[in-house]
Design a protein around this ligand. Sequence first.
Ligand SMILES: NC(=O)c1ccc[n+]([C@@H]2O[C@H](COP(=O)([O-])OP(=O)(O)OC[C@H]3O[C@@H](n4cnc5c(N)ncnc54)[C@H](OP(=O)(O)O)[C@@H]3O)[C@@H](O)[C@H]2O)c1
Length: 197
Amino acid sequence: MGRGLARHLSKKNEVIIGSREPAKAREVAKDIAGATGEDYATACGLAEAALFAIPYSNIGVAAGLAKELSGKLAISLINPLRLQDGIFHYAPTKGSAAEELAGLLTESRVATAFNHVSHLFLKEERVVPMDILIAADSREIYREAAKLVEGVENMRPLYVGPLSQAGVVEAITPLVLNLAKLNGTGSLTTRFVTRKG
Ligand SMILES: NC(=O)c1ccc[n+]([C@@H]2O[C@H](COP(=O)([O-])OP(=O)(O)OC[C@H]3O[C@@H](n4cnc5c(N)ncnc54)[C@H](OP(=O)(O)O)[C@@H]3O)[C@@H](O)[C@H]2O)c1
């Protein structure tokens, strides 16, 4: 997921790939114009904003990056999921992953984004039109995250309200995964329709 987003975001931003293994990050970065690779702490120290594309089970790694990310935007893509009897369930330990991340990065500005964009959509050069739901505790944080989203053609940011709504956003992921699986639709993501007036 991180690799796919890095490719799209690199069109309008300078991207640093973070990894536990900097050599691996540099290898991934070779395929992305202008990108570089670093260990997590260096990447977070250099960056203006960090996207957390790591498994929920490893969310605790954020605690060690709190200093590097102090005063910066931190975006959570993290979905707490459990697969049981062939069905995906929303399974946070408490609250939501984004709120948990905010609890670890107390000096950062935390938002959700990209939670239900399957990495498969990102393989396309131009993604299909989709809505990216952003929960954040202020309009200012939302605008910062929305600016990144708007840098990807066909992605429309929508504000869902404060981080207390992050669970609603994250829970859409098991919904779209189950819908795709049970109905054989291929990958699904969010796109809201509008009735004018
Ligand atoms: N896959 C999707 O389509 C998709 C879509 C939307 C949201 N998401 C969410 O995005 C997150 C990443 O999903 P993914 O499918 O990309 O997962 P993934 O490939 O399993 O893991 C992503 C990266 O997390 C890092 N990582 C793994 N274990 C770690 C640990 N113990 N500590 C620190 N970093 C660790 C690894 O990077 P290094 O080995 O380089 O350190 C790994 O390449 C998940 O929370 C998922 O819910 C996924």
